[in-house]
Ligand binder design. Structure first.
Ligand code: BGC
Length: 866
C-alpha cells in the first residue's frame, strides 16, 4: 500500500470568527483546513477539548466533514475557556498530527450573568438635540495574584473604554449598530495586563452613535433608540486562589464632560484640547467635582456576543497631492475614496482652531459637498498651546478622497496628516488580476466600495445623511462580497436584525436596522429586489460558506417573505400592483426619478417572485422540509408560467424590450431553451444597439454579463464590460473613480456632478458585476456549498491575455490562472484537500479533478469562439 506523507491540519476556527474571545455560541461550530497529498481523503477526525483546568476529552467522528462541524462536547458555560485541537485520519492510513491548539472562551451566555446597569451623564439635556457627550469613571481596588480579568462592555451609544489610563481594544464605534430593542452587542476584552494590585480605575468615553445620534435623511431624527447616553460594563477578576471580584457599572460611577464638544456620525467631531482632563481614567484622580451618574435600563436578555469582527483601522494613506489655496487652506488629495478620518499631528497657540472638511470629489476646483446633503462631515480641533498634539476624532466617520484643512499653522510635514481607513476587519479572501489595467482598477473600485460600506452593517453609502442597511443593495452585492472577504459573520449578524425588523405580515424593511424614513419609506412596504434579501442572502451565505445553519435560522423570515408575495400576487401569480422600485437607477431614468426604468417594474417583481420561491424550495430541501419544498417549487413553477404568459410575446421578445428584462428572464431560468436562445440573441442585439453601453439599474446590472455569457455571447459581455463611454463600468474608471458610483453618471462627462439630490460616489450595488468577473474571467465558481466542489470555467475574451483569480475557501486556497500565448490557451488551477472540481475549457469535454495543481493547454479561442 502506497505510504502517504502525514497530512497537516490547521488550527481550528470557531464559527466565522477570527477571534474567539467572548463567543456567544455555547456549542461553537468548528472548521479546519488540511494540506495533504492529492490522493488523500479524510475519513474521520478526532477533536480534543481541554476545558478550563479539566483533563482533555477527545471525540472521534467518522466523517469527511471539516467545515462548521458540530461542537462534540458538553456545551460551554459562561466564561468557560477551552483549548481545542483536531487531528484527521484518512486514506492509505495516513493521519495527521494534532493541530496547534486553538482557544475559545465563552462570553456571558445567560442574562443572569449580568449585574451591570447602564450608567451615564445625569445632567439636564434637551432630548432630540445635539448634546455634548461625556465621560464616566470609577476607582476600584484589586488584590494580588490575578489569574485573569475580563471586561464585558457595551453602551447606549458608542464607547471607548480605558483602564488605568490605557485604551482598551483597538476597535471603533463599539458596540456597533443592531436592532437595539431586540439585541445589543457587548464586547469582551482581556484586561489582565492592564490591572495592578491596589488602586485601579476604569472609565469610558461615550458618543451618541446610532443609539441617540442624528440618523436619517431630510434632517433625520435624534434619540431613535433612547435619550440616555450610557456605558454598561462588567469587569470580572479571577484570582489564583479562585476567588473573584466584579466591578460593574452602577450608581457609584461618576460622570463629567470631556474635551469632546460635539460628535455625530454625520456632523463630525469638535474637540477642545483645553477641556482635556489629565489622569481622569487613572487612580489618584480627584473626581469629587464630577456628577453622579444616572442609571438607565437594559434587559440583560438582549445582551449578545458579536458574530462579526470589530470595526478597526485597516490601513493608512498619506496625501498624494497637497494644494495650498489662496486663503491658506490646505487641500489634500489621498488618491482613494475611503471611509475613515484624518489623524492630525499639529501644534499651535491656545484656542487656535483647525477645521477639516471632507468630500469625495472636486467640482470647478472646489470641494464638492452638496452630495453630502445634511451630513456636514466637519471635524474641528481647538489647540491648547501646550505643544504638538496628535488627534483623531473618536465617534464619527467620513466618506472622502479630499480633505481641506483650515487654520493649519505653517506647512504640513511628513505624516502630520494621515487618512486612516476603517471598516469591519474581515479576512480578505478573494483576488482577481487581469491583463487589462482598467479592469483591474474597476475590480479595485469594487473592493474599496465594499470596504467603505461594510462598517458594522452593509450600508448603501458612507458619506451623506443616509448610510443605511438598504436590503436591495446587499441582496445584489452579497455574492461579490462573499468572494472578496470572509463576510459570513458580518451578514449573518445583519440577517438576524432583518428578521427582527421584518413586519408581522412578512414585509422586509427597506433598510436594516430600520429608522423613520419619511412618508416614502415609513412604514416599510413590500418590494421586490429589496425584500428578496430575506431569501436570497441566506442562500448566498450557504452556497459560499457552506453554512447550512444560516438557512435554518432565517427560514421563518424567508418563508414569511415569500408567503406575503404569494398573497400580494394573488392566484394569477403575477405581482403587478403596489409600490415597486424595480430596476432602480436604470441610466435612462431621469435624475429625479430613479425608479423610472425601461423595464416594467412588475416584470422585475414577478421574476424575483419566481426566483425567491425557487430558492425557498431549495432551502426547504436542504433543511429536509419536503412539504414546503414541494409547495414552493409549485409556486415557483406557477410564477414562472405566469411570467412567460404575461411578459413574453409570441415572437419570443419581451414586453419590456430592455436589457434588464432579458437578463432577469435568462438568469432566473424563466425560459425554455428556445426562448432562452432568442432572449440571449435579443439581449446581445440590444447591447450592440446601445453601442455596448449598459442600460440596466440595480436589478439588471448584477445579471446582464451572466445572461450574455450563458447564452453564447461572451464577446458581447466583454464589449459591455470594456465599454468606456457613459454609461458603463469603465466610464467611471476613465472619469477617475476609485470606488463604484451610485449612478452610472454620478459624474457627468463634462466633469460636473450629477444634479440629482441622491448622488453618491461610493455605492457597491453596481459593482455586483464583479461576481461574474470572478467566475467567468477568473474562472472560479462554487458548485457545492463552501466551494467543496469548484467549477473552473474561465471564458477568455475582450483581448485579455491572462487572468488570475485566487480564493481562500473554507477548505483552503483555490487558484485559477490562464494565459494566452502564441495562440495557445494555458490554464493552471489548484484545489485544496477536501475538495473536487470540474474544469471546463471551451470546446473540450469537462475534466474531473481533485486536490492539487493541474495544468491544461488548448488552442486559444478565436474571435467569435464565444
Ligand atoms: C439608497 C439606495 C437604495 C435606494 C432605494 C437610495 O437612497 O442609497 O442604496 O437602494 O435608495 O430606494
Amino acid at each position: 500500500m502506497t505510504k502517504l506523507n502525514a497530512p497537516i491540519v490547521s488550527p481550528i476556527q470557531f464559527e466565522h470568527l477570527s477571534e474567539a474571545l467572548g463567543v456567544g455560541a455555547a456549542r461553537p461550530r468548528l472548521s479546519w483546513k488540511v494540506r495533504a497529498e492529492r490522493q488523500w481523503r479524510q475519513t474521520s477526525y478526532e477533536i480534543e477539548i481541554k476545558r478550563n483546568s479539566d483533563a482533555p476529552v477527545s471525540y472521534h467522528v467518522e466523517s469527511s466533514e471539516q467545515v462548521l462541524v458540530p461542537w462534540p462536547g458538553e456545551p460551554l458555560a459562561s466564561r468557560d475557556v477551552a483549548e481545542v485541537r483536531v487531528r484527521v485520519f484518512g486514506s492509505h492510513g495516513a493521519r495527521s498530527g494534532w493541530s496547534d491548539p486553538a482557544t475559545v472562551e465563552a462570553g456571558l451566555l445567560s442574562p443572569d450573568d449580568w449585574s451591570a446597569r447602564p450608567v451615564g451623564p445625569g445632567w439636564a439635556e434637551t432630548p432630540g438635540t445635539d448634546r455634548r457627550p461625556g465621560l464616566v469613571r470609577r476607582d476600584f481596588r484589586v488584590g494580588d495574584q490575578i489569574l485573569r480579568a475580563r471586561l464585558y462592555a457595551t453602551a447606549h451609544g458608542v464607547f471607548e473604554a480605558e483602564v488605568n489610563g490605557r485604551r482598551i481594544g483597538d476597535e471603533i464605534l463599539a458596540p456597533g449598530w443592531t436592532t437595539y430593542s431586540h439585541r445589543l452587542r457587548y464586547r469582551t476584552y482581556d484586561v489582565t495586563s492592564a490591572l495592578r494590585e491596589g488602586e485601579n480605575t476604569i472609565g469610558a468615553w461615550l458618543g451618541d452613535g446610532w443609539y441617540r445620534g442624528r440618523l436619517g435623511f431630510n434632517g433625520g431624527h435624534h434619540d431613535i433608540y433612547g435619550h440616555d447616553l450610557s456605558f454598561l460594563a462588567q469587569l470580572e477578576i479571577v484570582y489564583a486562589d479562585g476567588t473573584r471580584d466584579t466591578i460593574a457599572t452602577d450608581e457609584t460611577w461618576r460622570a463629567s464632560f470631556g474635551p469632546i464638544q460635539l460628535s455625530g456620525l454625520y456632523d463630525g467631531e469638535r474637540y477642545d484640547t483645553r477641556d482635556e482632563i489629565p489622569g481622569w481614567s487613572s487612580p489618584g484622580f480627584d473626581d469629587t467635582t464630577w456628577a453622579p451618574v444616572s442609571v438607565a435600563h437594559r434587559a440583560p436578555e438582549t445582551l449578545v456576543a458579536p458574530e462579526l469582527p470589530p470595526v478597526r483601522c485597516t490601513g493608512e494613506l498619506t496625501p498624494t497631492g497637497t494644494t495650498v489655496l489662496p486663503d491658506g487652506t490646505i487641500r489634500l488629495d489621498f488618491g482613494q475614496n475611503i471611509v475613515g478620518r484624518l489623524r492630525l499631528r499639529v501644534d499651535g497657540p491656545a484656542g487656535h482652531v483647525v477645521t477639516v472638511r471632507h468630500a469625495e470629489v472636486l467640482q470647478d476646483g472646489e470641494l464638492h459637498t452638496r452630495t453630502l446633503r445634511l451630513a456636514p462631515s466637519v471635524d474641528t480641533l481647538v489647540l491648547d498651546g501646550a505643544g504638538p498634539r496628535v488627534w483623531e476624532p473618536r465617534f464619527t466617520l467620513h466618506g472622502f478622497r479630499y480633505a481641506e484643512i483650515e487654520g493649519w499653522p505653517g506647512g504640513v510635514g511628513e505624516d502630520d496628516v494621515v487618512a486612516r481607513v476603517y471598516h469591519t476587519d474581515m479576512e480578505r479572501t478573494g483576488w482577481l488580476e487581469t491583463s487589462n489595467p482598467l479592469l483591474n482598477r474597476l475590480h479595485n473600485n469594487v473592493l474599496w466600495s465594499m470596504r467603505g460600506n461594510f462598517v458594522d452593517i452593509p450600508t448603501d453609502c458612507p458619506q451623506r445623511d443616509e448610510r443605511l442597511g438598504w436590503t436591495g443593495d446587499i441582496q445584489v452585492f452579497a455574492p461579490t462580497a462573499s468572494f472578496l472577504y470572509h463576510c459570513a459573520g458580518f451578514l449573518t449578524s445583519w440577517l438576524v436584525d432583518l428578521d427582527n425588523e421584518q413586519l408581522d405580515d412578512g414585509t422586509v424593511p427597506w433598510f436594516v436596522p430600520t429608522i423613520p424614513g419619511g412618508p416614502m419609506w415609513t412604514p416599510p412596504r413590500p418590494a421586490a429586489v429589496w425584500g428578496d434579501a430575506a431569501v436570497l442572502t441566506p442562500w448566498v451565505l450557504y452556497q459560499r460558506f457552506g453554512d447550512r445553519d444560516i438557512l435554518a435560522r432565517q427560514y421563518r423570515s424567508a418563508k414569511a417573505w415569500v408567503d406575503l408575495v404569494v398573497r400580494l400576487a394573488g392566484p394569477d401569480r403575477l405581482w403587478d400592483s403596489g409600490l415597486q422600485l424595480g430596476d432602480w437607477l436604470d441610466p435612462a431614468a431621469p435624475p429625479d426619478d430613479p425608479a423610472a426604468a425601461q423595464t416594467d417594474k412588475y416584470l422585475v417583481a414577478t421574476a424575483y417572485f419566481a426566483w425567491s420561491a425557487r430558492h425557498l424550495a431549495a432551502t426547504a430541501r436542504v433543511l429536509g422540509r419536503s412539504d414546503d419544498e414541494r409547495y414552493y417549487a409549485d409556486i415557483a413553477d406557477q410564477a414562472k408560467e405566469a411570467f412567460v404568459g404575461e411578459y413574453i410575446t409570441d415572437d419570443g421578445l419581451m414586453r419590456s424590450d430592455a436589457q434588464t428584462a432579458y437578463a432577469l428572464a435568462i438568469v432566473f431560468d424563466l425560459l425554455d431553451d428556445e426562448q432562452r436562445t432568442c432572449a440571449g440573441t435579443r439581449l446581445a442585439e440590444l447591447v450592440r444597439k446601445a453601442g455596448n453601453r449598459i442600460a440596466t439599474g440595480f436589478a439588471g446590472t448584477p445579471l446582464i454579463t451572466d445572461a450574455l455569457s450563458s447564452t453564447g455571447h461572451v464577446d458581447v459581455a466583454y464589449d459591455l464590460l470594456l465599454e468606456e463611454e457613459c454609461p458603463s463600468w469603465l466610464y467611471m474608471v476613465r472619469q477617475g473613480a476609485t470606488t463604484i458610483w451610485e449612478r452610472w453618471d454620478s459624474m457627468l462627462p463634462d466633469g460636473s456632478v450629477n444634479p440629482g439630490d441622491m448622488t453618491s460616489f461610493n455605492h457597491y450595488a453596481l459593482g455586483a458585476v464583479a461576481d461574474w468577473m470572478h467566475r467567468d474571467i477568473g474562472g472560479i465558481a462554487p458548485m457545492a456549498p463552501g466551494y467543496r466542489r469548484v467549477r473552473f470555467a474561465p471564458k477568455p475574451g475582450g483581448g485579455l491575455t491572462y487572468a488570475k483569480a485566487s480564493y481562500e475557501s473554507p477548505y483552503g486556497p483555490i487558484h485559477s490562472h490562464w494565459r494566452i500565448e502564441s495562440g495557445m490557451f494555458h490554464l493552471t488551477v489548484e484545489l485544496p484537500t477536501g475538495t473536487t472540481g470540474l474544469v471546463e475549457i471551451l470546446g473540450r469535454p469537462a475534466v474531473e479533478i481533485g486536490p492539487g495543481t493541474h495544468t491544461f493547454r488548448s488552442s486559444a479561442p478565436g474571435d467569435g469562439d464565444t
